[in-house]
Write a protein of this length. Sequence first.
Length: 544
Amino acid sequence: MFKSSCSLPLGVATLLLIAPASADAAKALLSERNQSKVHAWDSTNPGSTTLLHTTQCNDADINYAEGSDRGWIAEHFSDYFARFIVGNMNGLDAQYNLGQNGLTHYHYPKHITVYNGEVIVTSRNDGTLWRYTPDGVELGSVKLPQTLGQGTATDGQELYASVWTGAISQFVRYDDQFALQETIANPTGLGNNNNVFDFVYDPETGHFFGLATSGEGGTGTQTTTVVEFEMGGAVVDTLTIPFFADGIGRNELAICGDGVVEQNEACDDGNDDNTDDCLDTCVAASCGDGFVHDGVEGCDDGNNIDDDDCTNACTLPACGDGVVQMGEACDDGNDVDDDDCTNACALPSCGDGVLQGEEECDDGDTVDEDDCTNACMNAVCGDGVVWEGVEECDDVEDPMCVDCLFVVETTDTDTDTDTDTDTTETGVDTTGDDTSTPDEPTTAGTTDDTGTTDDSGTSSGGSDTGVATTSDSGATTDDSSATTEGSEADADTDSDSSGAAVDEGGCGCAAPGGDSSRGLALGLLALAGLTSLRRRRREDPAGA
């Protein structure tokens, strides 16, 4: 009836394990009398059963092939029938009473089966077959030809019922419109077990299997004997079960692998390929089933661990999938590169090539001397890093580095021309013209420090003291550094390489414009301003 790969709910799959398929074997449910237990049973091992469900009942039936995806029970002591979820060991999924008005005690819902998608309940005391949908909606009822009704069974085409005639049982057959077709006598070979009060059909063997008692008084509704028989024929075998049972029912599920999608199957492609759309368990392929769906999934490890070699979305791990995996510092699953997690699944940092936070720049390299430093700041004069091709130096402590350029040093070449004149002030023309008459005769010529007088009246040599010249007319012109007699004052006149006179002021270096003292002062002022600017930037990087 089944193949081991059949698609079933959890509890049903458990049932298959406990009642495996075998040739010429009936698989059925047995209700243990007064023990509130439903057992799975296989005729190949009649002395052994496995507990399937726990609930109070007289009879049970599972018949998925006939349109029901639940198990069903009938319970005459409390006058109800109910459905249960196969594999859910306790309780009921829904509960119903017989009749539109909810008929109560002594209508005796004794046996139950599923036929053509309907739930058929046998009411023993009034000999009625009650018809319901799987949702408990009454469809109608059928009166049996005898007062007492017993069990029901279907061969998939027609419905059979067991009735009691006062001494022995007999069977009646209905078509799918519930029209009575025939009455059938007990099979030959029953012996004293002439009352088959409940039975089930096995499509594998084509036989019926029934619970049989002596039939005395028609009240025997428990037995340890199961007979295998042909309807209208003879008993084939007699089997002994390990407990008293008062109900036997179908344990039939859809056949996975036959290429036909039946009640509990999501699919049935008739093959055993687990990489296509339908698994060999007749379950639709899905992520997490442990099989890689060809062309759909990248992997499928069948677990719910998201950060291993296969994510819970059945994709291979990758940066950007929103799952932090080995080797990733973060993974926010978006393509925003300048947030708390870069598109490389790394935490933001200077040097990652992404401009973030308080960074002024980020060129992603380790070159400190380009226009973006390794501190992710724009290169500027005064940052302590020499900007290649732009700056000559960058050291606020170096007096030779001003505005990030080296101060130019020049060679000091002295050319002294000392013109010293010692004269007697008497006879000097104080008016500045040639018409004055001196009080004393004018001394002609000029005497240098060594007392040598040249023809022009100019003496050279001596120490660097003052400059005084006497014109041919005898008038004396004094410069701003005039000396008193007997003393000397120097005025040094230096020339640069071009021959222009430059005043060093004793610095030994020259500033642009020829005035080194003034240039140096301006440079120092600029440096002071730059230092202040850098200090403010460090104290307030955001430029507030």
